[in-house]
Design a protein around this ligand. Structure first.
Ligand SMILES: Cc1cc2nc3c(=O)[nH]c(=O)nc-3n(C[C@H](O)[C@H](O)[C@H](O)COP(=O)(O)OP(=O)(O)OC[C@H]3O[C@@H](n4cnc5c(N)ncnc54)[C@H](O)[C@@H]3O)c2cc1C
Length: 371
């Protein structure tokens, strides 16, 4: 009998594991609650890049004077932008579904949970279905973090997922959070024509990146009129009829037409029955994994954002592939281990930022580089 492999979550981690394991001969069932292709992937990553591309085109038209072209002007068409985002997401969702089908992966729409180390129960629209699994992959992804001092309303107080595009183009957007997501949203909305204020809780944007790189980005933001508020930690948001007011810990008050929360994500691990299966999570709700993406229960794997490694679609997909190979008894040797320190990442701003490997400051700190 082929190995019965059940995958919870159909994002980059889950769907890559599904197609690879099916190709290698496993009997694969993939359960997805929201959207095949992944909620973080298709409701955040892809739409954000789509809107950044539109902003990039707007920005280009502003620089076009002097190139021998006259009368080039662009205005944002919110409904056209919405159609474009939806079109791209639908195309990806359909093609991923077709790929899974072509590999004979069984797909179930519903919410899955573990009811023991080998038992998966799925709540579907027509009732519950139970399955026995020889191996399980938890690839349930993550969602935007919402602090207890704020209630997004989808109108003026927004999470990233409510921005593709928002109901109206913000006249003045206050972005809370200056990590990768925060700076990409500053770039996105300022190129689309919004005034933007950025709350930077520390003294530089991108606190985990190289200081020189962060300074170049700050310079670009200032050049195009973005207000940078350093050392500004948001602690409350008030909503009026036409404006929002963001209160900071040090008493500063920033008013705008809209506020955006870009303060990270939380793993979707609460309702999965992990305790019933004996799977441990850490203090943040992430599932610690071995080099083979195994949890503390050997046949239950975790990949993608729930694993607490680099939260990137590319990393999730590579982990999914590795899980499929390990489940099928391949690549168990040390030299096949994933090395997260060598994963490349990109930040879609102007200038674009890309990095791979150790940051220069970390190389000095660990003695790998000297002056
Ligand atoms: C604003 C933003 C921009 C980003 N930009 C980039 C980028 O440029 N490049 C990049 O590489 N990464 C980017 N990322 C990160 C990337 O989107 C994630 O790292 C990636 O989607 C993680 O894949 P995943 O499979 O773990 O999770 P997901 O894509 O979220 O898929 C997990 C799936 O599991 C499902 N699920 C959850 N619970 C259950 C359950 N109980 N039963 C069944 N299904 C369940 C969910 O519905 C979801 O569809 C971005 C993220 C954000 C928020």
């Amino acid at each position: 009998m082929p190995l019965r492999f059940v995958i919870i979550g159909g994002g980059p981690a889950g769907n890559t594991a599904a197609t690879w394991a099916a190709r290698l001969g496993a009997d694969v069932t993939m359960v997805e609650r929201d959207i095949v292709g992944g909620a973080a992937h298709l409701w955040d990553c892809i739409p954000s890049k789509t809107m950044i591309a539109t902003g990039g085109a707007m920005s280009f038209t502003r620089r076009i004077a002097g190139m021998g072209l006259e009368g080039v002007r662009a205005e944002v068409d919110m409904s056209g932008l919405k159609d474009r985002v939806e079109g791209i997401v639908t195309k990806l969702n359909t093609s991923i579904g077709q790929l899974l089908q072509s590999q004979h992966v069984r797909m179930i729409r519903g919410a899955a949970r573990l009811e023991g180390p080998h038992r998966v129960v799925v709540e579907t629209s027509t009732g519950e279905e139970e399955m026995v699994a020889d191996a399980v992959l938890v690839a349930s992804g993550s969602r935007p973090r919402i602090p207890d001092w704020c209630a997004p309303d989808g109108e003026r107080i927004l999470t990233t997922r409510q921005c593709y595009p928002p109901p109206t183009l913000p006249e003045h957007l206050v972005v809370i959070g200056s990590g990768v997501t925060g700076v990409e949203f500053v770039h996105m909305f300022s190129t689309l024509g919004s005034k933007v204020s950025l709350l930077v809780s520390r003294q530089q944007v991108l606190p985990s990146k190289d200081a020189e790189v962060a300074a170049a980005l700050e310079e670009d933001f200032l050049r195009r009129g973005v207000s940078l508020l350093k050392g500004a930690r948001a602690v409350a948001i008030e909503r009026g009829e036409h404006e929002v007011r963001v209160h900071c810990e040090d008493g500063r008050l920033v008013a705008g037409s809209h506020a955006l929360l870009a303060i990270g994500s939380v793993p979707n691990t609460e309702d999965l029955g992990l305790a019933a299966a004996g799977v441990e999570v850490d203090g943040g709700g992430y599932i610690p994994i071995s080099q083979h993406c195994q949890s503390n229960v050997g046949h239950i794997y975790a990949a993608g954002d729930v694993s607490g490694k680099l939260p990137l679609s590319s990393v999730a997909a590579m982990q999914g592939r590795k899980v499929a190979e390990h489940v099928m008894g391949l690549h168990t040797l040390v030299h096949r281990h994933l090395d997260y320190d060598k994963a490349a990442s990109a930040i879609f701003t102007e200038p674009e930022i890309a990095d791979v490997g150790l940051a220069e400051a970390d190389a000095f700190a660990t003695g790998l580089r000297s002056a």
